[in-house]
Design a protein around this ligand. Structure first.
Ligand SMILES: [Zn+2]
Length: 410
């Protein structure tokens, strides 16, 4: 049996296969293009009023999320029982299988130097466990405050540099990587854990309220956390950097997402019910913050916020209970790009798939992989079935409250 890792080209060909299976999955125009002209692909299923968006690989190296979304698409294309309830005209599902295609390309190109396409799954399993051991040891070092620049998990990929990956078709991304490694002091062996895009910007950190922006302007140097604590986050690189220049700007991938959601929101015939943004490791579900804690709001507006948060929480609970994931209930300030989207989109969850840490390989350990895929297929199917009803209750509640407030005013 082949190993389950899909490189960038394999994802593209798998998507072509899926859209050819049946008309259940339709290719739409890409929602935008990256700096280096890779498309941000978009597919839909159904034509119903209730719209639900699913996205993967916002962090390039969190590639299991793309495997998961492709599996969902495949099941729907094959008329699997699990999703037969979708046949009604109630739903439109949107699939964005790689919202950071450059990051996905970089990470999988490096992985392919070790896990070749034709490497059997059996052989690949040995490589994964070896890697996960090293990764855990790096975390233990940090726990006992052994602050070393030497990282075993990076050593594992240490011989792979931007010169050997990507090839001529992607030479501009390669050039950008070579420049970053040269100028920004990025440790060797970090291509496989490339969270960012081809500009070295971490798309979930690429938002204007990120405190790192001030630090960058003041010329400070900050580092990433845990096993990545030898990587600077105040310069473009593999993880954590919010912007590429001296002034903040959104990366093209994020602009495309803003535009995409704005179009859905402005369409009166569309009921935007949920957005599941899949990430790779943690086995947890985030649904907060819903509104900027610094927002100045009137009391009435506050009531709506509560209501929206109840809905968000409800959707999170339905999903997490089924997947047996924990929910993060603690308050959190607005600090990620996804949090910005959540200010505008109801039912937005950030879902961390694998309970075993060790990006990008740990999710592919046999027991772990099957469980991740199965549990999340179940959780997604179950949540999708509940969403129209939850949304209906929410709307009735809002309507009743509006009328009540109107009466009180008179
Ligand atoms: Zn992530």
């Amino acid at each position: 049996m082949e190993n389950k890792i899909l490189d960038y080209r394999q994802v593209l060909s798998k998507l072509r296969r899926i859209e050819n299976i049946s008309s259940n999955i339709k290719r739409e125009e890409s929602i935008g293009y990256t700096t280096y002209k890779l498309p941000i692909l978009h597919f839909t299923s159904g034509t119903g009023k209730n719209h639900i968006v699913l996205s993967a690989s916002q962090h390039g190296c969190e590639i299991i999320t793309t495997n998961f979304l492709l599996t969902v698409m495949e099941r729907i294309a094959e008329d699997s029982k699990q999703f037969s309830f979708l046949k009604s005209n109630e739903y439109t599902l949107h699939f964005l299988p790689m919202i950071n295609p450059e990051g996905y390309l970089i990470s999988t190109s490096a992985i392919r130097e070790i896990i070749k396409k034709d490497l059997s799954n059996e052989e690949a399993q040995k490589v994964y466990s070896n890697y996960v051991d090293l990764y855990n040891k790096d975390d233990e070092d940090v726990k006992i405050k052994l602050n070393t620049k030497f990282k075993r998990h990076q050593q594992f990929f240490g011989h792979i540099d931007p010169y050997v990956i990507l090839g001529s078709k992607f030479k501009y991304i390669q050039k950008s990587l070579i420049k970053m490694y040269k100028e920004n002091g990025i440790p060797e062996g970090t291509l496989a854990i490339w969270h960012s895009n081809g500009n070295g910007v971490d798309l979930n950190q690429n938002m204007p309220y990120n405190p790192k922006i001030q630090a960058i302007k003041e010329g400070k140097t900050l580092y990433s956390l845990l096993r990545y604590n030898n990587i600077e986050t105040t310069k473009p690189g593999p993880i954590g950097c919010p912007m590429k220049g001296k002034e903040f700007e959104y990366e093209l991938e994020n602009k495309a997402l803003f535009d995409f959601f704005l179009k859905l929101k402005n369409n009166k015939n569309i009921e935007l019910c949920a957005y599941m943004n899949y990430h790779s490791t943690g086995g947890i579900v985030y649904y907060k913050p819903y509104k900027d804690v610094n927002d100045v709001v009137t009391e009435n507006k506050m009531k709506y916020m509560d209501l929206e948060e109840v809905y968000n929480k409800k959707v999170a609970e339905v999903y997490a209970n089924k997947a047996k994931y924990n929910i993060v209930n603690s308050e959190s300030s607005l600090n990620c790009f996804n949090d910005l989207l959540r200010m505008q989109i109801p039912g937005n969850l950030l879902i961390e798939l694998s309970k075993v840490p060790g990006n990008p390989l740990s999710p592919y350990l046999d027991d772990n992989y099957d469980k991740i895929i199965d549990d999340n297929l179940n959780a997604l199917s179950y949540t999708l079935q509940k969403i129209p009803e939850m949304n209906r209750i929410k709307k009735e509640y809002i309507k009743a409250r509006k009328e009540k407030m109107h009466d009180e005013e008179r």
